[in-house]
Design a protein around this ligand. Structure first.
Ligand code: SF4
Length: 213
């Protein structure tokens, strides 16, 4: 573990979030099995990190009551109902768009079910993030989302946005949140999670490899 990772973990703890380090992506699922119990109601926010680390498969195939937003045949209304039910989940999973060296989580959302469940509702929240998500501070987090996260997610989700075509936000050079006026805009709510009232409600599994974007 290098100095920067140690600093992030220490500052997450200062912010009342439990920082957990694992060396490899393959260590994530075993760690999660230690943190949750069979029979729990679990839900996820949209995340390539959860897919690529095998967390989604674990929740689908394990002994959990998984509120699976990706299940076949769900209508728009069904998905909305699952998002509402997710607020009462025992454990909610997501990644972070960035984690600052000061131990803050930075997340940007379009539909915003993900950031809503992060900030309130589920008893426990588990964030799975690769070391590529670590940035110096909130300014660097904002830049990361404008130049990496949002363009990649926009392209992956076929959103008709400026960044999906050009690889960067229309407001990449501005220090504001003006962004694009697209109906598919994936940056609508910008959430910084700093010191938490409920100690260790948020747990951050920091992986010593690149994971997601
Ligand atoms: S505001 Fe629009 S252009 Fe900018 S990153 Fe978000 S979706 Fe892309």
């Amino acid at each position: 573990m290098n100095e920067k990772i140690e600093k992030v973990l220490a500052n997450l703890e200062k912010n009342n979030m439990q920082g957990i380090y694992v060396d490899k992506i393959s260590d994530v699922v075993p760690k999660i099995k230690e943190l949750i119990s069979p029979g729990e109601t679990v839900a996820v926010g949209g995340s390539m990190s959860l897919i690529d680390s095998g967390v989604l498969d674990l929740l689908r195939n394990g002994d959990y009551n998984f509120l699976d937003r990706y299940a076949a045949g769900l209508s728009t209304e069904d998905i909305r109902n699952l998002f509402i039910k997710s607020f009462s989940a025992d454990t909610y999973f997501l990644s972070a768009n960035a984690i600052t060296e000061n131990g803050e989580l930075y997340n940007v959302d379009g539909n915003s079910n993900r950031v809503a469940a992060l900030v309130f509702g589920p008893k426990s929240v588990i964030v799975v993030a690769g070391i590529n998500k670590i940035v110096k501070d909130v300014d660097a987090a904002i830049t990361r989302v404008k130049t990496i996260t949002a363009p990649k997610n926009s392209a992956r989700l076929n959103c008709d946005t400026y960044c999906s075509k050009t690889g960067k936000c229309i407001a990449a050079d501005k220090a504001d949140f003006s962004g694009c006026p697209s109906g598919s805009r994936i940056c609508c709510n910008y959430v910084v999670s700093s010191h938490q009232r409920i100690k260790n409600r948020i747990k951050v599994i920091l992986v010593g490899e690149e994971l997601g974007y």
